[in-house]
Design a protein around this ligand. Sequence first.
Ligand code: C2O
Ligand code: CU
Length: 537
Amino acid sequence: MAQTSQPNKVQEPVDINEEPPKPLRSVITLVIVLALVIAATGVVRFGLFQGSTSPVGISNALAPLAAPQAPSGAGVPAAVNMGMPNTSGSTSITTLQAPLTAPHMKTFTLVAQNAILTLGNGLRVPAWTFNGVAPGPTLRVQQGDLVVVHVVNHLSFGITVHWHGIDVPNSQDGVAGLTQNAIQPNQTDTYRFFTNDPGTYWYHSHQFSDVETEGGLFGMLIVDPTTTTIHADVDYSVALHEWNIANNQSILTFNSSAGTLTQAAAPGQWVRLRIVDTSNTASTVPHLLTLIGAPFKVVSLDGHDLNGPQWLNGTPIPIGTAQRYDLLYQQPANGAVSLVVANEDTNQQYLRAPALVIGQGTLPATLPAVGSSWFDLTTYGQPVAGSLTLQSHFDVTYNLALNNQMGTSLGRTGMTYTINGKVFPNTGMLMVKEGQLVEIQFDNQSNLYHPMHLHGHSFYVLAHNGKPLTGSPVRLDTVLVPPHSTYDIAFVANNPGIWMLHCHNFLHANWGMDTMLAYYGYTTPYTVGTQSGNFPD
Ligand code: C2O
Ligand code: CU
């Protein structure tokens, strides 16, 4: 799958029975590689060899990714405004800000730029990155910090940064066309927000989210608690990402390694693994992960600690796009512990790569079969008295039917992904008032999984298929709704503004599955469409 092997997949003009002499062969190879690159990128925008640091050769013939293309033509809205119609006494979301300073501040700079990533196993891919790497730098902060992030855009197209799972003030949410205009080339923007909830989060672009996140504009954000709740000697983060490369192939990586990552841990040490799935998962079936070599617990979901988690042994963990799982285990006296992932097409076999091997040793020669009983967040851990239930009093309830059908979205015809039969921006808004207890019922009527994400709030999971949770309360920002099933969630409307609610399978978001949670009385000056060029997906 290295780019040098691509010519093998080309039917012409090389006749394998009649190989040309070697020098001619390499010329042909070069021509084919260049042709493939040009074909794959559509237009050679930046010169073929830009971004390559090693001597020019076939293996360096990697063009930067082609810039995202804004939809155009009939049916693409010019300017859609997601706020309330401008009524008297309304407030602009731009006023919803964090203070300029605070006693505890952490400042970072993220520079969006092209890079060629080395994925290991001889694979190199062109990517859009923050600071030259993908995942971008892990931003590590303390609970209660005022986080200040300067974002510099050295790419040729607009970007934003969305702080996934952090309840930021609405104007800092990083959604192009809703909470800001996309940051244009050579512009800088600064985000400010408090990190009041400890846990594992991540960030990614929310302009053309689909291609920009897949292309590498993402990273992790970890908030350490003021008071430690979970002791760990080793704390390691893994982003599971899928890169689309030439010939419709995809490469799965742990932290941009398609091979084996290693991490030291001494016998007896407690190890915390923070895992985020940043991939698009074309099949929509979640990736399955497990730990081999030690029993483990799932201690947090989407950054929020679980109550009384039990030990698990080799249980397959289904992780939907954007979800985070924190695993905890104790390094055994002998041997390594390995994090492995199953091939999502079949989910029957753990892959030998990518893999993470922790401690002394190697990946076992034989990997266990993928068990059929997956981790189930609705029965895991211990209940807590007084939690929200289906019987709680909700001020407002919204039902969202999720489905897909052939149709049109933003001027394109194809498979659309619908909420109550409609595609964005026609899906309407879920209106709430500050202080209300809001219930949402996701009713997935399709054959696909939909990881549904609400911005600006975390929610409690009440029930799955009408059955209340029997284990720990579960607080998420992204719930993976399996085919033909329902989830009931609830949250307090405590963060005013206008917030996206969408499927985090970005392909589905790109083709319609987005809506807004809007607080009465708020307006936004920004618009989605051709006029502004803002397309949040
Ligand atoms: Cu991870 Cu709309 O976001
Ligand atoms: Cu979906």
